[in-house]
Design a protein around this ligand. Structure first.
Ligand code: ADP
Ligand code: MG
Ligand code: ZN
Length: 480
């Protein structure tokens, strides 16, 4: 590679307050257009905003969870621009004095651990949504829905520390988990509560100075973030190879075509004419409040991961997978409470369970097999009622039908034979039916032991308890 990829991400996360940031309108998603509006969020002249304390509390929590310093004195500014879904003609946003700065998120890609620095976290209000008639069969007309206007957001901006599309994706995965764990955002990407812009540039390997960047917008899934950056890296390296220069601009990702397309040039630095919002007093955050928030912060993914390794003695890899979402970690711990063999439960959750969920494109929240149902199955294996191999078959059926393990085992006649008298009978039959092999065994062909085991298992249609077969066979061969 001649060039090094440099990426900085800007993530907008909707804070999950019940009401908007400067008025008491509901933030509920999916309501009728313009139902959640009032003179304040519609930007009528003469109205006065009032800051939602809960939004600040969530922002504080987001800062703490990402190891940011909290500015005890932060402030809202007006960012002036015209846009049809922003009725005020400016967005109220923090600029000069954001609520948080100098944080970090740790990531690991292909075994390499890395710290991604966070430059700043600021609060701002969201804009509304334009709905274009083309999509509704009314070409030539556009509509505006102000329901989203004034929804509180935090914008989380990284330093240009990411070096590959995979790192960008991993950072987002970790950040999302942190925001979910700390309960500041539901991070629902389909509903737009987590949105990401990616800044991408290339520089010759070894060069200190950053190259010219483009900013990619419209990235509404982690996969698209990765794909768009991959495309952009390719596009920029072709430009540089030809001796041309990259133009600083904003580009849109077209996920159907898998390409980025120019949206607007950013060559002349934007001129938003920021100035302090005169209708809001500066925000003073006292240290006691911050300390209380710090104390009340739930366990975060990294802490949980470390605790799982220490407490349950499972590999770091397992702990990473199991703590990827809070819901999955809860599922794991709920299961452990019912069946306390951490590595066995981990194998089943990471293996069979996540495989089925993935095939099904389902989250753990909608898993048809509850921790109780899963551990009932594991108990059957533990008791020796079924073999591990059969259990996998049973699990598939449990997942498909929602039936308890025990019922499926009964219906299918899968129960493992663990009663020694019937296995002893099978052992005798097999030895009797194979006199030649028995003789060879006695004259020193020890390997034939495995053959006898195989024959007994076969005769039992795989249902005999293998440990018991081994034991009884040994006893029998010693006897005669
Ligand atoms: P803007 O306000 O224009 O979006 P910022 O200075 O706030 O610009 O930077 C936004 C993001 O772009 C940050 O995440 C930063 O790390 C990243 N960034 C800045 N310069 C570069 C560059 N040359 N290459 C890649 N990312 C960059
Ligand atoms: Mg930007
Ligand atoms: Zn309102």
């Amino acid at each position: 590679m001649k060039y090094e990829t440099v990426i900085g991400l800007e993530v907008h996360a909707q804070l999950k307050t019940k009401t908007k940031i400067f008025c008491s309108c509901s933030t509920e998603f999916g309501r009728q257009a313009n139902e959640n509006t009032c003179p304040i969020c519609l930007g009528m002249p003469g109205v006065l905003p009032v800051l939602n304390k809960q939004a600040v509390e969530f922002a504080v929590r987001a800062c703490l969870a990402t190891h940011c310093e909290i500015n005890p004195h932060n402030q809202f500014d007006r960012k002036n621009y015209f846009y049809p879904d922003l009725a005020k003609g400016y967005q109220t946003s923090q600029f000069a004095l954001p609520i948080g700065k100098n944080g970090h998120v740790n990531i690991e890609v292909n075994g390499n651990k890395k710290r991604i620095r966070i430059l700043r976290i600021h609060m701002e209000e969201d804009a509304g949504k334009l709905i274009h008639g083309e999509n509704l069969g009314i070409p030539g007309k556009s509509y505006v829905d102000f329901n989203r206007t004034g929804t509180p957001l935090t914008e989380i901006v990284t330093e240009p520390d990411l070096r590959s599309p995979e790192e960008a994706r991993e950072y987002l995965t970790q950040l999302k988990a942190i925001l979910e764990y700390s309960e500041v955002s539901d991070c629902n990407m389909e509903e737009g509560s987590l949105r990401c812009d990616a800044n991408v540039s290339l520089r010759p390997v070894g060069q200190e100075e950053l190259g010219t960047r483009t900013e990619l917008k419209n990235l509404n899934s982690f996969r698209f973030v990765q794909k768009a950056i991959e495309y952009e890296v390719d596009r920029q390296s072709r430009i540089l190879d030809q001796g041309d220069r990259v133009i600083q601009e904003t580009r849109l990702y077209d996920s159907d075509k898998g390409v980025t397309l120019p949206m607007r040039s950013k060559e002349e630095a934007h001129d938003y004419r920021y100035f302090p919002e005169p209708d809001l007093v500066p925000v003073a955050i006292d240290s006691e409040w911050v300390e209380r928030a710090r104390k009340n912060l739930p366990e975060l993914p990294e802490q949980k991961r470390q605790r799982f390794v220490k407490e349950y003695e499972i590999p770091e890899y397992d702990a990473g997978v199991l703590t990827a979402s809070r819901a999955l970690a809860n599922y794991y711990e709920d299961s452990l409470a019912l069946f306390s063999q951490p590595k066995i439960v981990s194998n089943w959750v990471m293996g069979e369970l996540l495989r089925e969920l993935k095939n099904d494109d389902r989250g753990i929240e909608n898993c048809p097999v509850s921790p109780t149902a899963l551990t009932d199955l594991l108990k059957l294996i533990d008791k020796g009622s079924i073999s591990g191999k059969m259990a996998k078959e049973v699990f598939e059926e449990m997942y498909r039908t929602g039936k308890p393990a025990e019922d499926i085992v009964k219906e299918k006649g899968l129960a493992q034979i663990s009663d020694s008298s019937s296995i002893a009978k099978l052992v005798e039959d097999i030895l009797e039916a194979n006199p030649q092999q028995l003789q060879d065994y006695r004259s020193g062909k020890d390997k034939l032991f495995g053959y006898f085991v195989g024959q007994v298992m076969k005769a039992s249609k795989g249902q005999a308890n293998p440990a018991l077969v081994n034991q009884l066979l040994k006893d029998k061969l010693k006897q005669n």
